[in-house]
Design a protein around this ligand. Structure first.
Ligand SMILES: *[C@@H]1O[C@H](CO)[C@@H](O)[C@H](O)[C@H]1NC(C)=O
Ligand SMILES: *[C@@H]1O[C@H](CO)[C@@H](O)[C@H](O)[C@H]1NC(C)=O
Ligand SMILES: *[C@@H]1O[C@H](CO)[C@@H](O)[C@H](O)[C@H]1NC(C)=O
Length: 425
């Protein structure tokens, strides 16, 4: 019966989309997309309090500009230095919270819409820049309509969340906005509960939202949670980012220039390999000693980021213990079989030189053990409806871009909707 219904929907689309789509669209559960870290635009404006370290990064009084991401503003060393100091966060021990660099105001444009994360740099609609655009197009092809049944929740991905008892102004604000978006999307669709579809880090935030709201709220407003490529237990790659910096995937960007900036992001601390998932295995090997996930504080000291140790221990470590089942249906989809950094071996050049990398299984960005961590974590909760789908040879980004991965994701979304149609008829 189930397969029949699903086939009908798909056949219908193929044969006569114009006649079928409105019917299907009227029955769809609203869907909210939450992008991954670095996936959406951030705008900034600089106030008088902004004091650039380099003369060329003058305070700008021309209002808001796109800070993340504007490739054309990152082409030379000078502009990379300016970019890094504007993207940097600071931990304020007195407030026990993170804040922007002095004089840098930021905001996230297009909350509620998917327009802020279809392309990494909206000025360039090429393959590199394309992020959620292919996924959104496939959702639209089965009847989803932006602003009616399809919504997006971009956020300031430099910030994270903290464990209970610690303020987290920016992250908590995002969770409140996301909850309100869920409620609104449901209300404007006849009270239908929503499907939350996330990529990567977006899944960790969505799980925190679900865990922090009462079961009655979850049952009323959320039909299904579909995390794609979520790094539940962090990723080994993050240790390389703290040690050597990252070029943010832009070959012309100098990773060492970005190192203080990437180290300063609270979200990067959260994404470090969790002791719960990675245990005692040496992840960073150096001439002077090895570091495992359970020796993270020593590692942060070792890479010269001792100011990260306090917040890591007080705010992040307890958060890593919170991987609670949301007790609403979850379909977890992850790529596997792509070479993924498992150990970084640093030689005589120390952390300034790119390490040798030992590879293991994963999606190229996140290790398999982390992608599948909820499977073992939730094993002892039979009341948690959990389906795990592994996609061989699908990378961390391919999962939202590659045709075969998208077909499977769309199939799952149709099945979730189809199951609901049957239940209601
Ligand atoms: C939800 O709807 C209310 C009422 O229309 C609106 O004021 C609010 O901005 C909406 N919030 C979000 C996050 O969409
Ligand atoms: C560090 O790890 C490497 C590789 O696993 C191992 O050969 C070496 O003995 C370890 N060194 C120390 C000091 O534990
Ligand atoms: C895996 O994917 C890559 C890139 O899409 C492709 O070049 C390669 O042939 C694939 N390998 C296998 C074993 O399917």
């Amino acid at each position: 019966m189930k397969t029949q219904c699903l086939c009908f929907l798909i056949l219908c689309l193929h044969l006569s989309p114009d006649r079928c789509l409105p019917v299907l669209a009227g029955n769809l559960h609203p869907l909210i997309l939450v992008p991954g870290l670095g996936g959406n635009q951030i705008e900034a404006s600089l106030t008088g309090a902004y004091e650039p370290t380099a003369a060329a990064c003058r305070p700008r009084d021309d209002g808001w500009f796109r800070l993340w991401l504007d490739r054309s503003a990152l082409l030379d060393t000078q502009s990379q230095i300016c970019f890094a100091e504007r993207m940097r966060l600071f931990y304020d021990p007195e407030a026990d919270d993170y804040c922007n660099a002095p004089g840098v105001r930021t905001r996230i444009p297009l909350f509620g819409s998917t327009m802020g994360f279809r392309y990494n740099d909206p000025d360039h609609k090429d393959d590199w820049s394309s992020y959620m655009a292919p996924l959104v197009e496939r959702l639209e092809a089965i009847g989803y309509v932006e602003g009616e049944t399809l919504f997006g929740a971009p956020y300031d991905f430099r910030y994270g969340l903290a464990s209970a008892g610690h303020p987290s102004r920016v992250g908590s604000r995002f969770l409140r906005d996301l909850a309100e978006l869920v409620e609104n999307a449901s209300a404007s669709n006849g009270g239908k509960p929503v499907i939350i579809l996330t990529h990567s880090f977006g899944g960790m935030l969505a799980l925190q939202l679900l865990d922090r709201l009462p079961a009655t709220w979850r049952k009323r407003f959320v039909k299904h949670f579909v995390p794609l490529a979520a790094p539940w237990g962090g990723t080994v790659l993050e240790m390389g980012i703290f040690a050597t910096g990252t070029n943010h995937g832009l070959p012309f960007v100098d990773n060492l220039l970005m190192r203080p900036e990437s180290q300063s992001w609270e979200s990067n601390l959260w994404l470090l390999p969790s002791p719960r998932t990675f245990g005692e295995a040496p992840i960073v090997v150096t001439n002077h000693g090895n570091f495992s996930a359970s020796r993270m504080s020593a590692f942060l000291e070792g890479v010269g980021f001792s100011e990260g140790v306090g917040p890591y221990q007080s705010r992040i470590l307890p958060l890593l213990q919170e991987l609670n089942p949301p007790l609403i249906p979850v379909t977890c989809i992850a790529g596997t079989g792509v070479a993924t950094a498992e150990v970084f071996v640093y030689g005589d050049g120390g952390f300034d030189k790119l390490p040798e990398i030992v590879y293991g299984d994963g999606d190229g960005t996140v290790n398999l053990v982390s992608l599948l961590a909820i499977e073992s974590e939730w094993f002892s909760f039979p009341e948690q409806d959990l389906k795990v789908i592994k996609l061989p040879n699908i990378s961390h980004l391919d999962i939202v871009k590659h045709d075969s991965a998208l077909s499977l994701v769309i199939e799952e979304i149709l099945e979730i909707n189809d199951g609901a149609l049957r239940a209601n008829s």
